[in-house]
Design a protein around this ligand. Structure first.
Ligand SMILES: [Ca+2]
Length: 325
């Protein structure tokens, strides 16, 4: 314990010359006081977690140029390509037993689980090199637009570290604080990660078996329905093709309403099913799609139409490779 007190004193002594160290920041001190009182975090442990936490300008820079602002014709080829599909087929081959078990247990198709991991981290090969505590502290304190969200995630990271009996600094991930092979935010890690290999740890940082189980568990808990379609291409009615196109992610209409309005799509299922018509800027002009429940579920993983469509497209491409083999 003495060692930590000494380290804390050293950190305090250097704060005047190192302005970007957060450990003595009064805003962080206030948060720590709240967490000690409201969440019973051990005070000495908590202070220790922030000793070397520094503001990351790279995190803030990346937030200002995210891929989400790309048009679809540029976004699509990043994930929907042969290289990523071939790597996906190889990942599937390597973890076939685990994927079959996850599909059986949670009802989520193996192809979708593989595609999520493929889009998120290229099958665990690009998981991010930021310490989650650095990224989340920077965003909580110096990204005012989403300060509340990231303050909550920072608290969740600390609770996660306590529960998993690890130092918070040992969790690494993206500039946004999404961690490991499955890129879970700390709150999702706490709520949905599973120990799928039964070794006593929920390790989505480095263990592909736990990551596979956790992705399946996450989608299942968010309402995945077994055997239902995800999304289909659509042809809008002539005249006013965009009349029923909506922004946002919610399924704001039904298949029946779309059919009645003259939207054409290849689906046999029930008319009362919730749906949404959306439009993206494709390489050859506008593309229209009808999204269904399971598409909405994928957007719970990442709140973006282009993300969910990329997961779907990659899953189909991987499936086709599996069939050919
Ligand atoms: Ca495990």
């Amino acid at each position: 314990m003495m060692r930590w007190i000494f380290a804390a004193m050293m950190a305090a002594a250097t704060v005047s010359v190192q302005a970007d160290n957060y450990s003595e920041d009064p805003r962080l001190r206030r948060l720590m006081t709240d967490w000690v009182l409201d969440y019973r975090m051990p005070k000495g442990w908590l202070q220790r977690q922030f000793i070397n936490v520094e503001k990351q300008d790279g995190v803030l820079e990346r937030f200002n140029r995210q891929a989400e602002s790309m048009p679809w014709f540029r976004y699509r080829p990043i994930f929907d390509n042969d290289e990523r599909a071939l790597l996906g087929a190889a990942f599937w081959q390597e973890h076939a037993e685990t994927l079959a078990r996850a599909q059986a247990e949670y009802g989520v198709p193996a192809a979708v689980i593989v595609a999520v991991i493929g889009v998120e981290t290229k099958y665990g090969t690009i998981t991010g090199s930021f310490r989650a505590i650095d990224a989340l502290t920077t965003l909580a304190l110096d990204y005012p637009r989403r300060s509340e969200f990231f303050t909550n995630e920072l608290r969740e990271l600390l609770l996660l570290a306590l529960e998993e009996n690890r130092e918070a600094s040992s969790f690494t991930g993206s500039y946004a604080g999404a961690m490991g092979i499955a890129q879970f935010m700390p709150s999702s890690y706490r709520a949905y990660a599973v120990d799928f290999d039964g070794d006593g740890d929920r390790d989505i940082l480095t263990d592909p078996v736990d990551a596979i189980g956790s992705v399946a568990a996450y989608l299942a808990r968010h309402g995945w329905r077994v055997g239902e379609p995800v999304v289909v291409s659509a042809r809008p009615p002539q005249g006013d093709p965009d009349r029923l196109v909506s922004q946002g992610l919610a399924l704001d209409t039904t298949l029946q309403t779309l059919r009645t309005a003259g939207v054409k799509f290849d689906l046999l299922r029930g008319d009362t099913a919730r749906a949404k018509l959306f439009k993206l800027d494709g390489a050859d002009g506008p593309e229209y799609y009808v999204a269904l429940n399971n598409f909405y579920v994928i957007t719970r993983y990442n709140r973006s139409l282009m993300y969910a469509l990329s997961v779907h497209n990659l899953s189909r491409r991987i499936e086709r490779l599996r069939v050919v083999e």
